[in-house]
Design a protein around this ligand. Structure first.
Ligand code: NAD
Length: 485
């Protein structure tokens, strides 16, 4: 049993209350984490305040050096981190080893380098005999609140640019996946990160999370999670005019034209719906397929799902889909599948139509769900409109360009979209018409950290990436020097 402790002012700090954390692969409690209160958050903010002048006063090169060391130390413990991430979250170990932990390492290295290349602006002399130039200063104490689906990957995507820009931070990981964040605190100690630069308070959203959101000395908040909580944060933080970055939910569309290269499109679209058990905000959960290829596409899609997506224990290398994060989440996903049938949908494969999973005895209480493909739903069905965040995809036919863009955009969300066509003119013409922050053409999840990432509509506010993240965690000031007397 792992006992997680808060990390405040560079020290592991006991908390008076605790909550259980479950291993989704077998339903057993595997860790005990602090149920932090507003008092714990207060201590963390005080530690951050104390550390801020020293840390923000260092040169970018000095901060960069510590961040590089953090990346190296995580890399040395890559296997250990990957097993812990899988045990906490339910994803296959191979996936955590190939994606989550390498991306965490990259986040620290990338921002350690990016801060060295940050340039400021200046003007030629003005008619007043003055020059102006800008400087960027740390924006203060940042509150960082993160979800359970890509726990360390997304947490490091906030911590790295924040501390790179000179902020000190109070972080709250999801109460369901806290172990790798706690391990990262061990790395911070070993890397020599000064005390109080990163403070981690573990616990629930309603206690620790809400205390961070409402703390008057936390100047800015970066949140990744559900749209419902994002709305709450936006409302509450208005009281103190906090700077906000919100990365929220998605109901992403894929549009597949008859000229698409199906040999690439089908396996990629299967991956885009089911990677990480479908628990990625960017997963493509609605596919619009041109009428002329609809039947062939569905047949080949289902064959690919059945032949390539084995569901099983996360530690088994042959499992392509592990367990969902919690019992509650699994039940929610399965209730959407039942709802789809009531809404007139037909299930082509997965839950309710395929034989029940054969799992080893030790995993019989785990939270598994078979990859499920649904057709026949109307665009306004709840399963076509609401984020399910599990291994479920809905496929619908379309006939015309204008019509399909309208249908793809007809949801409250606007995070990402995918477009499959070999017609270059159509590709450029349509890509810009999606109401989404990222549009992948003939590919999916090919990410470049230099490019803005974020959502439109109810999918969020702001962008995260090289330039935008560093700008978010800093304040720009204009300095005007008049040299003419
Ligand atoms: P969630 O909103 O339930 O929780 C996210 C975090 O917020 C957790 O740490 C939680 O404890 C905390 N929280 C909950 N209530 C709070 C409150 N009242 N005040 C402060 N903090 C609170 O989301 P989740 O279930 O952990 O994650 C799944 C959601 O995250 C999905 O909607 C998914 O699309 C979204 N997501 C978005 C992105 C993106 O980049 N846009 C990435 C990953 C996940």
């Amino acid at each position: 049993m792992i006992k997680v402790e808060n990390f405040i002012g560079g020290k592991f700090t006991p908390c008076s209350k605790h909550i259980d954390s479950f291993n989704p692969s077998n339903g057993q409690v595997h860790a005990c984490i602090p149920d932090s209160s507003s008092d714990d958050v207060e201590q963390a903010v005080e530690a951050a305040q104390k550390a801020l002048p020293g840390w923000s006063g260092l040169s970018t090169r000095e901060r960069s050096k510590v961040m590089m060391k953090i990346a190296d130390l995580v890399e040395q413990r890559l296997d250990e981190f990957a097993v812990a991430e899988s045990t906490d979250q339910g994803k296959p170990v191979w996936l955590a080893k190939a994606v989550d932990i390498p991306r965490t390492i990259l986040n620290f290295r990338f921002f350690a380098t990016a801060i060295l290349h940050q340039m400021n602006e200046s003007t030629e002399q003005s008619e007043f005999g003055a020059v102006n130039y800008t400087v960027r200063c740390a924006a203060g104490i940042a509150g960082l609140i993160t979800p359970w689906n890509l726990p360390l990957y997304l947490l490091s995507f906030k911590v790295a640019p924040a501390i790179g820009a000179g902020c000190c931070v109070v972080v709250k990981p999801s109460e369901m996946t806290s172990v790798t964040a706690w391990m990262l605190c061990q790395v911070f100690q070993e890397a020599g990160l000064p005390e109080g630069v990163v403070n981690m308070v573990f616990g629930t959203g309603k206690n620790a999370g809400a205390a961070i959101v409402q703390h008057p000395k936390i100047n800015l908040l970066s949140f990744t999670g559900s749209t419902a909580v994002g709305k709450y944060i936006q409302e509450k933080s208005a009281q103190h005019m906090k700077k906000l970055s919100l990365e929220l939910g998605g109901k992403n569309a894929g549009v597949i034209f008859a000229d698409a290269n199906l040999d690439k499109c089908i396996p990629t679209s299967v991956r885009s719906a089911f990677a990480n058990q479908g628990e990625i905000c960017l997963c493509t959960s609605r596919l619009f397929v041109h009428q002329d290829i609809f039947d062939e596409f569905c047949k080949r899609y289902v064959e690919t799902v059945r032949s390539t997506l084995k569901v099983g224990p996360p530690k088994d290398n042959s499992s392509k889909i592990g367990a969902l994060v919690s019992k509650e989440h699994m039940e929610k996903v399965k209730s959407y599948i039942k709802l789809a049938v009531k809404e007139g949908g037909t299930i082509l494969c997965g839950e309710t139509v395929d034989p029940p999973l054969q799992l080893p005895e030790e995993n019989s209480q785990g939270y598994y769900c078979q990859p499920t493909v649904i057709v026949g739903l109307k665009d306004d069905a709840r399963c076509m409109q609401e984020e399910i965040f599990g291994p479920v995809v809905c496929i619908a036919p379309f006939t015309g360009e204008d019509d399909v863009i309208k249908r793809a955009n007809d949801v409250p969300y606007g995070l990402s979209a995918t477009l499959w066509t070999q017609d270059v003119s159509r590709l450029h013409r349509l890509a810009r018409q999606f109401e989404a922050g990222t549009i992948w053409c003939n590919c999916w999840l090919v990410r470049d950290l230099r490019m803005p990432f974020g959502g439109m509509k109810m999918s969020g506010v702001g962008r995260e990436c090289q330039k935008e993240s560093i700008e978010f965690y800093s304040e720009v000031k204009t300095i005007c020097v008049q040299y003419a007397s």
